[in-house]
Design a protein around this ligand. Structure first.
Ligand SMILES: Nc1ncnc2c1ncn2[C@@H]1O[C@H](COP(=O)(O)OP(=O)(O)OP(=O)(O)O)[C@@H](O)[C@H]1O
Ligand SMILES: [Mg+2]
Length: 309
């Protein structure tokens, strides 16, 4: 057993050419590597190729080129499947079942013993916030369906989880619960591969992030790699007067003010401290000074817009 859970080399996928349709290249040579016990975030716009990539790794779509290894096997290896959990995007659930019946069915398909299921199913339902829900799946809200989809992905206690947009339909509390759950699963040593176009989600829990753009790797790294200090500071004051504006500008140059908050760009820390001394001498009360970091979202938009210009 290696420490790598998922590895892809130069994956290419072209759809449509077999049916005489105009070929559509969904993946244009993607390589990646996911360490065991980590959360890997795959980011990209609609149509970037995220779901295609996941389906190849699951053996559901055959690549046109390149190769992949999942838990040290070919993605088509049948016994590997039982060690994997998968939440598809927009999963269709059977209307006529209840959560319990559905999870039992999925568990049996995955070869989980009946006794294990009897114990595990209530735990899973509790875990995803569906404990005590008795109604038919037909009567579920979108968010409840998504929660059940997540429980389904965990029914075989998988080593490796593929989650395609797991928080799409969830409210803010539900998103936080899913994030916490992912962190807990990672602590148990599981590997999680999560597709998302919701950047804030990814930023918070992923160990590695890959930005896919038009089927190719635009960037890969840790969230911290993408969220560097910008050199700007946010300065929050108790009050903004003409004297404060003038003093600020005299020390650090022009600032952009929004209410009593200013964005400044000091040359160095000494200059920033000189500004603090100057403002305190006025006097004006400083509520906060903090470095501004670029967000993953800004970075992502740069990648996407940058490639268009
Ligand atoms: N079965 C298919 N046949 C033909 N084209 C397809 C098929 N599946 C996906 N595509 C095309 O491949 C490209 C990538 O699609 P994919 O579903 O992988 O994107 P995605 O990144 O998951 O997007 P989203 O964020 O909208 O889920 C798109 O242009 C899509 O239209
Ligand atoms: Mg998708």
């Amino acid at each position: 057993m290696t420490t790598i859970a998922v590895e892809a080399h130069d994956l290419v996928k072209t759809y449509g050419d077999a049916w005489g349709r105009r070929p559509m290249q969904a993946l244009a040579g993607v390589s990646l590597r996911v360490e065991r016990g980590t959360i890997f975030g795959l980011l990209g716009q609609n149509g970037a190729g995220k779901s295609t990539l996941v389906k190849i790794l699951l053996g559901l779509v055959r690549p046109s080129g390149g190769s992949a290894r999942v838990l040290d096997h070919d993605p088509n290896h049948s016994r590997t499947r039982r060690r994997i959990g998968y939440l598809p995007e927009q999963m269709q659930l059977p209307d006529y079942l209840r959560a319990e019946g559905f999870l039992r069915y999925m568990g049996e398909l995955n070869g989980v013993e009946s006794r294990t299921l009897t114990k595990r199913i209530p735990e899973l339902l509790e875990l995803v916030g569906l404990g005590g829900v008795r109604k038919l799946i037909r009567a579920y809200s979108r968010g409840m369906q998504q929660r059940l989809g997540l429980a389904q992905a965990l029914v075989n206690n998988p080593e490796l989880l593929f989650l395609d947009e797991p928080t799409e339909a969830l409210d803010p509390l539900g998103r936080k619960q899913v994030r916490d759950l992912l962190v807990r699963l990672r602590a148990q040593g599981k590997t999680i591969f999560v597709n998302s176009h919701m950047l804030s989600e990814i930023e918070l829990v992923c160990d590695h992030v890959l930005i896919l753009h038009r089927g190719a790797v635009a960037r890969a790294g840790t969230p911290a790699d993408f969220t560097q200090p910008t050199g700007e500071y946010r300065l929050r004051l108790a009050a903004l007067t003409d004297a404060v504006r003038a003093a600020t500008e005299a020390v650090v140059g022009p600032a952009r003010w929004n209410g009593t908050t200013g964005l400044i760009r000091p040359r160095d820390r000494a200059q920033l401290n000189a500004l603090i001394d100057r403002l305190r001498a006025l006097p004006v009360e400083i509520e906060a000074i903090e470095p501004v970091r670029s967000t993953l979202e800004e970075f992502f938009i740069d990648v996407v817009v940058g490639s268009e210009s």
